[in-house]
Write a protein that binds this ligand. Structure first.
Ligand code: HEC
Length: 140
């Protein structure tokens, strides 16, 4: 009996988490308007000032086909940076500082050459979380 109640509670919580996630993504679509100056996402999206973000969650950094990345972005991917929602949330606060810190933590501070071309920063953490949830909806 007790087990059944735990299972029901767990299922309820999972449902709640899913709904919250969908809500975040919906808000994130709005935040994404700030990214659209430079990025496109979705079917048939093309590189613009920034790389296509379709499928970016789960993708190795610096690998959108046909995009000429900065050295530091490319080197981060080659050093093992694969975008997750959590990492994008951190990255957007200060992309250049994030990539430098990533390479330094990997003991590859010497690969933190130059600056990223992604000069945009998003200070608001809720907006960062929402937009990351939105990006996720374009990844398998
Ligand atoms: C002013 C233009 C501009 C804006 C606005 C901008 N970006 Fe970028 N973004 C870039 C450029 C350029 C790059 C490539 C960076 C490099 O090569 O160093 C990039 C790179 C990225 C990357 C890494 C991609 C990869 O393949 O490694 C992510 C993730 C990203 N942007 C997300 C966002 C999100 C989300 C927003 C909105 C909240 C945003 N960007 C707003 C220009 C922009």
């Amino acid at each position: 009996m007790k087990l059944v109640r735990v299972a029901i509670l767990a299922a309820g919580l999972a449902g709640f988490a899913g709904a919250a996630q969908a809500q975040d993504a919906a808000e994130g679509e709005n935040t994404f308007k700030k990214c659209q100056t430079c990025h496109r996402i979705g079917e048939g999206a093309k590189n613009l000032i920034g790389p296509v973000l379709t499928g970016v969650i789960g993708r190795k950094a610096g690998t959108a086909e046909g995009f000429a990345y900065s050295v530091i972005n490319k080197n981060s991917g080659d050093t093992g940076l694969v975008w997750t929602e959590e990492l994008v949330v951190k990255y957007l606060e200060d992309p250049n500082a994030f990539l430098e810190a990533f390479l330094t933590e990997k003991g590859k501070a010497d690969l933190a050459v130059g600056k990223t071309k992604m000069v945009f920063k998003l200070a608001d953490e809720t907006e960062r979380k929402n937009v990351a949830a939105y990006l996720k909806t374009f990844s398998k």
